[in-house]
Design a binder for this molecule. Structure first.
Ligand SMILES: Cc1ncc(COP(=O)(O)O)c(C=O)c1O
Length: 362
């Protein structure tokens, strides 16, 4: 029998479980478990995708030059400092492989996006969680976790699953507290939804420092989660390292052409944003009126607390919702077993979720 042993850390990984999308026996499923775009992709992106099908025998442009130019134009950034990836998940993993290894420490916020911990383990690094205050990242606690072995610090802003964020000032303070040889990764997957004036995705920090990168995605506001498309803006030296490490064709042609079309469809982006502007506060209010504690969110989902014991736990709520064809996201993997996360859906979906929970709590 073979005696194959994976590298240390890998067997500590509990594989990431995505939001369920099917329920046995249910004909109507309302999926509010993966923070996807309620309105779906731009029709222009769909048309571009369909048109690309006939050239599926050709390798993609390995440089994603057209896509990087389109991202640069849309966000006023130098395309030479953009790296595209198969979702921002791939970029997180590439950064981890590039800058952390066995024994190194990677700091993240305790209820931060799960992939930071999982990808740190994947390279044999030690994930170090900093405690939060009321489900908000705490700059002092993050800085207090730095040590001589710290190589990277990951912060999702806004954070999934809490929906909370660090202000521009807090983010700058976090950066100021980091040694120059620690890479700050600002994961701004939900940046396009944010309306708060004191928020920044962190682009200006990248411009002023050599140790900051910002990751972004097409999986949320742009509605292209199935295509796996993310991008990163970073200092030239980091960009150079990632190009050496990434697969030569890591982003397929369908993702590239759909991404360009989605970027150009400003109307669809605005519709998706306006939809969230309307239904995020509506859902938060409606659930609060049911007596549930809803954490303030500036993204496209809310984190909802349930009773820790008794008949109305989060697990019972999840089972009840699923019995009605509604899928929420249980939060046990995030150390929040008393919470569920609900993404903003279409109007009828949001209303159905609230009605179902009304029956649950009464
Ligand atoms: C904070 C955060 N970062 C990254 C991702 C991964 O996104 P992608 O689909 O680009 O891999 C997600 C997905 O839910 C997320 O919530």
């Amino acid at each position: 029998m073979a005696n194959l042993r994976p590298r240390p850390g890998i067997l500590e990984i509990e594989p990431y479980v995505g939001g369920k999308s099917e329920l046995a026996g249910a004909t109507r499923v309302i999926k509010l478990s993966a923070n996807e775009s309620a309105l779906g992709p731009s029709p222009k992106a769909v048309a571009a995708l369909q048109a690309a099908a006939t050239t599926s025998h050709r390798y993609p442009d390995g440089d994603a030059a057209g896509l990087r130019a389109a991202i640069g134009a849309r966000f006023q950034l130098d395309p030479a400092r953009i790296v595209c990836g198969a979702g921002s998940d791939e970029l997180i993993q590439l950064l981890m492989r590039a800058y952390a290894g066995p024994g190194d420490e990677v700091v993240y916020s305790a209820h931060g996006f799960l992939m930071y911990k999982l990808s740190a383990l994947g390279v044999g690094a030690v994930p170090v969680a900093a405690p939060e205050r009321q489900l908000r990242a705490d700059v002092d606690a993050l800085l207090a976790r730095l040590g001589s072995r710290t190589r990277m610090l990951f912060i999702a802003n806004p954070n999934n699953p809490t929906g909370s964020y660090l202000s521009a000032d807090e983010l700058a303070r976090l950066h100021e507290g980091l040694p120059e040889d620690v890479l700050l990764v600002i994961d701004a997957a939900y940046a396009e939804y944010v309306r708060s004036n004191d928020y920044t995705a962190g682009i200006e920090l990248v411009d002023r420092a050599g140790n900051v990168v910002v990751t972004r995605t097409f999986s949320k506001l742009f509605g292209l989660a199935a295509l796996r498309l993310g991008w990163l803006y970073g200092p030239p030296a980091v960009v150079d390292v990632l190009h050496r490490l990434r697969g030569p064709f890591n982003v397929g042609t369908p993702a590239q052409v759909a991404g360009i079309a989605a970027l150009e469809d400003l109307d669809h982006q605005e519709r998706s944003r306006a939809h969230n502007d309307r239904w995020l506060p509506w859902l938060a209010r409606a659930l609060t009126e049911l007596g549930l504690r809803v954490h303030p969110s500036i993204a496209n989902f809310v984190l909802v607390e349930f009773e820790v014991g008794g008949p109305r736990t989060a697990a019972a709520a999840s089972a009840w919702l699923e019995s009605q064809g509604i899928i929420a996201r249980p939060m046990g993997a995030y150390g929040l077993p008393h919470c569920l996360r609900l993404s903003i859906g279409l109007e009828a979906e949001n209303r159905a979720a609230v009605e179902s929970l009304r029956e649950f709590v009464t």
